[in-house]
Design a protein around this ligand. Structure first.
Ligand code: ITT
Ligand code: NA
Length: 212
């Protein structure tokens, strides 16, 4: 059984559409999120920790909102900033900027304890695992640079811009993120999945997983 590891039910709702019925179950486990300026090392460390915890194949999902005019902030700190400032205040801060472009990014990390051949497809960025494995060494108290557990990463990205909140679907920053004239909170799950960072990463994962 594959475990989709997240404390966020909104992510699960979206992921379900990509993962074969009955082959995946949510695991509500809060893995350690190391401090890093990219999502890859966070997802790689998280996948290893979750695999060791679960003893079963795991998929972790690390995501964030990157605002251009704030040099990518809140990025990997998006969950912390949502919990402290809140989505409305992120919109207010971005509202003072000339450049309101932003992007959502999602990195999925898969670990099943086995090694697997690197995908020939460079688009899924699985080739970056070695770099991802090399996150900050040791200081977080978990395994260091030489952790042998292989992790495969899948990345998704969607451009948009920060707008005043609209819509009541989705979760998190969705009401203030507009893509193609609609906020993500105005889209239903299928429509958001068709264009979103998570949908793109999940599509890559599902394709690789089906014929691995
Ligand atoms: P897990 O780590 O347990 O999966 P989380 O909600 O803490 O759940 P992240 O660490 O990946 O997730 O933090 C991502 C932050 O970005 C968090 O504030 C989310 O609400 C937000 N976020 C992630 N994906 C999003 C999406 O598709 N739409 C809107 N906000 C999103
Ligand atoms: Na989290």
């Amino acid at each position: 059984m594959l475990r989709y590891v997240t404390t966020n039910p909104g992510k699960v709702r979206e992921a379900e559409r990509y993962l074969p019925d009955g082959s995946v179950e949510r695991l509500d486990f809060d893995y350690t999120e190391i401090q890093a300026d990219e999502l890859g090392p966070i997802a790689a460390r998280g996948a290893r920790e979750a695999y060791r915890h679960a003893g079963e194949p795991v998929l972790v999902d690390d995501a964030g909102l990157f605002v251009e005019g704030l040099d990518g902030f809140p990025g990997p700190y998006s969950a912390y900033v949502e919990g402290t400032l809140g989505v409305e205040r992120v919109h207010e801060i971005a509202g003072d900027l000339d450049d309101r472009r932003a992007a959502f990014r999602c990195t999925l990390g898969y670990c099943d304890g086995d090694s697997f051949a690197a995908s020939p497809d460079p688009v899924d960025r699985g080739d970056r695992d070695a770099a991802a494995a090399a996150g900050p060494d040791g200081e977080d108290g978990t395994e260091g640079l030489d952790d042998p557990l292989p992790v495969k990463l899948f990345e998704g990205y969607v451009p948009g811009r920060i707008v005043p909140p609209r819509g009541d679907g989705g979760f998190g920053y969705d009401p203030i993120f507009e893509h193609d004239g609609e906020t993500f909170a105005e889209m239903d799950t299928d429509r958001k999945n068709a264009v979103s960072h998570r949908g793109r990463a999940l599509a890559k994962f599902a394709e690789w997983y089906a014929d691995r």
